[in-house]
Design a protein around this ligand. Structure first.
Ligand code: SF4
Length: 121
């Protein structure tokens, strides 16, 4: 009886630079929308307080989470970016941890072309 290979059901790296920036943009739009609504419909809020809260909300909901996600992304991908065959290949995109030639994600244990398409940077 043979055991079927284990299939990865979730992407190894859920965050890439693109997804980090995209979600930061979505959060920024949400914060700006809420700030605009508060400024427009809650006139009892002092303008200087509104500015301060808006800037703090932008930092707390947009900038800081993006910084944390980016740091985790760098930590999680350090080994791949520095120590794999793909790291020295011209087809490797470190911002998305992808092989651009085959349009597949790369991992420590998975070199999509198995070295056959490797080209120096
Ligand atoms: S061509 Fe091969 S070695 Fe180069 S990035 Fe793609 S999978 Fe890695």
């Amino acid at each position: 009886m043979t055991v079927p290979p284990v299939q990865e059901t979730e992407p190894r790296f859920p965050n890439t630079l693109g997804s980090i920036l995209t979600w930061a943009l979505f959060r920024a739009v949400a914060v700006i929308l809420v700030a605009w609504i508060v400024n427009e419909y809650f006139t009892m809020v002092d303008y200087s307080v509104w500015w301060a809260v808006t800037v703090m909300a932008l930092y707390g909901f947009v900038i800081h989470p993006a910084q944390v996600q980016y740091r985790l992304f760098k930590e999680n991908t350090r080994e791949i970016v520095e120590d794999t065959l793909c790291a020295s290949c011209r087809h490797f995109d470190p911002s998305s941890i992808m092989c651009t030639a085959l349009d597949e994600h790369v991992s420590e244990n998975h070199i999509p072309c198995e070295g056959n398409m490797w080209e120096p940077v």
